[in-house]
Design a protein. Structure first.
Length: 209
């Protein structure tokens, strides 16, 4: 039996554009092909980004964070993003090997607007480049060199609707499962969740960089 929702699917660009109407001129004007001076402060102030990629094995959206300015502006067309220690899944890096296209979303706590950057990435292990991003005596495993093709800001509607920075709408961490509880559940109790949670703070502190 056919799903009745299928008859209401939008399947053509023409139908889509008719549904949403014309693009407001400022929404087009705001997009540039380089890191314009007016956009630099957003990159320099952001301590958190989401890095999206696509590859032969699928899609990935990876959170990345560090001190403000951890994404380095080399010039108006180039960004450097150090790849710090993690879980070694390297999903994003695998994708970049097969498809270099990436998209970055820059978020600044307390700021409604976000910044979107599109481009292509390469994975560099040049010693001189790695040394530029040394922290606490630790080098990143690699550095992404991102060639910028598109930059534009996103208005604050999403952050306002979500109350992202509104502390009165934040929930308590205790309302959600812990990392250990998640692993215990999805592993059919092969992983000791309590032991995992107990060791986690120290492990994170020891492997932050």
């Amino acid at each position: 039996m056919d799903n009745p929702e299928n008859s209401a699917l939008v399947t053509t660009i023409e139908t889509l554009e008719a549904l949403y109407g014309p693009i407001a001129p400022p929404s087009m004007i705001k997009e540039v092909d380089h890191i314009h001076a007016v956009y630099r402060p957003f990159i320099e102030s952001a301590p958190f980004i989401v890095l999206a990629s696509a590859g032969s094995d699928g899609l990935d959206a990876s959170p990345r964070g560090d001190h403000s300015g951890f994404v380095h502006i080399e010039d108006s067309k180039t960004l450097y993003l150090p790849d710090r220690r993690g879980n070694n899944r390297i999903d994003t890096l695998r994708n970049i090997i097969s498809d270099p296209r990436v998209a970055l979303l820059f978020l600044i706590p307390g700021v409604g607007e976000t910044l979107r950057v599109n481009g292509t990435a390469q994975i560099s292990v040049q010693p001189e480049l790695l040394s530029r991003f040394e922290v606490n005596g630790q080098l990143p495993r690699s550095v992404l060199r991102i060639s910028v093709t598109s930059v534009y800001f996103q208005c604050s509607r999403a952050t306002i609707r979500s109350g992202l920075w509104d502390a009165t709408r934040h929930i308590e961490r205790s309302a959600l499962p812990t990392a250990g509880q998640i692993l215990k559940a999805v592993s059919a109790e092969q992983i000791d969740g309590d032991a995992y949670d107990k060791a986690l703070p120290g492990r994170i502190a020891d492997t932050l960089y």
